[in-house]
Design a protein around this ligand. Sequence first.
Ligand code: GTP
Ligand code: SPV
Ligand code: MN
Length: 613
Amino acid sequence: MVDVHAALDRAGLRNVHVREYVRYWAELTGVARVEVVSAADDARLIAEALAEGEIQPAGEGRYYSRSYAKDTARSEERTVVATSNPADKGVYNNWRPAAEMRRLLEERMRGASAGKTMYVVPYLMAPAGSPLERYAAGVELTDCRTVALHMIRMARGGVAYSEGLADPGSFVRAVHVTGDLENLGQGTPEDQRYFVTIADERTILHFGSSYGGNALLGKIAHGLRQAAYDGWTSGEFLAEQFMLIGITDKVTGRRYHICGGFPSASGKTNLAMMLAPAALADRYRVDFYGDDIAWLRVDPDDGRIYAINPEFGVFGVARDTNEKTNPIALASVAPGTGTLFTNVAYNDDTQEVWWEGRTPDPPADVTGWRDWTGKLICERPAEEAGAPWAHPNSRFTTTLANVPNIAADFDDPKGVPIDAIIFGGRASDREPLIRAIADLAEGVYDGLTLGAEATFAAEGIDGLLRYDPMSMRPFMSYHEAAYAAHWLKLIGSARSQPIFAHVNWFQRDPEDQHYLWPGYRDNLRPLLWLLRLQAGEVHGRPTPVGTVPVRGELDLDGVAIAPGDLETILAIDTPRWKQEMKYRAEHLEQFTDLPEQIWQAHRRVAEALDDAD
Ligand code: GTP
Ligand code: SPV
Ligand code: MN
């Protein structure tokens, strides 16, 4: 039997609660070895993974791996939130009884890591010293070395975090067992996978994947699902799938902070890494704080909302990342950064990587190139000639320190004060470029009715319109009515209120499908308008669904946009909106006991649309 205690002694891990937890799961899963790891072990783990062929070199100090072909995205159907209180059941959280799920997962995991090494990764999902630190500590156990390599890029890690706990028994227990990927029936009625957060026991049990959020448990399982539950039960904070940026006006010296949610694969990483467009670069600078998760609390001293990014790295979508769309992302994954690429195309001979949109066309000389499944491009049958080389949910993993525009104070435990909260998503029509909302209930209502076209970040259909409240649909851990009430109460308790806005970079021309707005760096322009609106420097045009910019108020210096396209993205299509209101009512009716303020906001918007005729 594996000598767990000797391994923990060697690592200086003395917290008896952590020791007992590791012992329990090491015995249950049947691992052959236990090893405590942190970023200090990176070079050795990389060398071992290279030697075993788990990863391949991708140029100097960069690496490449393929996941199992049926394991390339989160599975929402197989994700469960369990507690002992049936009242926690919501519409989206796939609630199940805790005792039943624990039994089931223990059954799946028993002996499932036989012969493998269990990597023990103590981590902290917050800057050290954060007022939310007690919700941030966790220990992931994983039987997959590449998952450990991802975790030590994505989260602050080390034994110090599990040794220094104020309450030594209070840490998130996050167990990851890969399982026999080739025999799990992914996507069939016999699907064996289970991704369970037992929220009221602060225990995460994920079985049957080694990809992304299914396996890096600090990220969404802890950072979003568990943290949202903890934030609600404690009443102390919100945990949201939000990006977080700083905007500095170099002329006035003022600094602003904006956070906001767009559904998966809808532009958070790109917005957070945004460079000011050339024409505005002398005046404005954008700083990166976070691209996927923010925790929000109200500071008792000044009564403002403060946000932190609990993560320590970026797990970004590769597709369409290039010098023009996102030079910061390319610099963040440059040679020497230790970046891990997953499921992009790879060249055996040159160790290069490529993905759709990296360059306008794929490499002309296909020698050595393999697609994300490992098949040689030159051997593709004719009928597969047009298939993408990279998986649409292929990603890069890099640490925050590699991001050139990382904010100087990104590690400040207090976080940064929030001026504006934005919601957005992929909507090919109806949603204008930006509409601002000053009222709290209408802002929360807007978040709850966020509708976007589905993306490849989750298994399922691409492009289908679906509601994704606050972009938290896949990560919701308690019922939606309580979630809405918690938002109203927490944000409402702040002495200075943020301005809300809904943004959309994705309107398309119905004829030729081109994007009406150039997007990417130019997305700074509507955000600057929002900050000016908040400061009373511009006034916009009131509409039933919020305030939209009038043409002259948007700084469009250097933007290539056809006048007709601009008109469309600043217009409100009242008939389309009225139609939408019916769907919104049906959507909100699913959530029993939704706060009356939300319904009032809905009725105000509906009546204003009726009056607009
Ligand atoms: P998750 O990591 O899944 O939560 O995604 P995300 O919200 O961080 O999305 P990300 O920024 O990675 O963008 C997803 C895709 O949308 C990428 O292929 C981007 O190139 C594309 N995208 C991002 N911003 C824009 C934009 O302003 N315009 C257009 N047309 N595409 C964009
Ligand atoms: C998302 O899908 O929203 C992600 C990637 O950020 S994953 O970590 O896989 O959830
Ligand atoms: Mn995400």
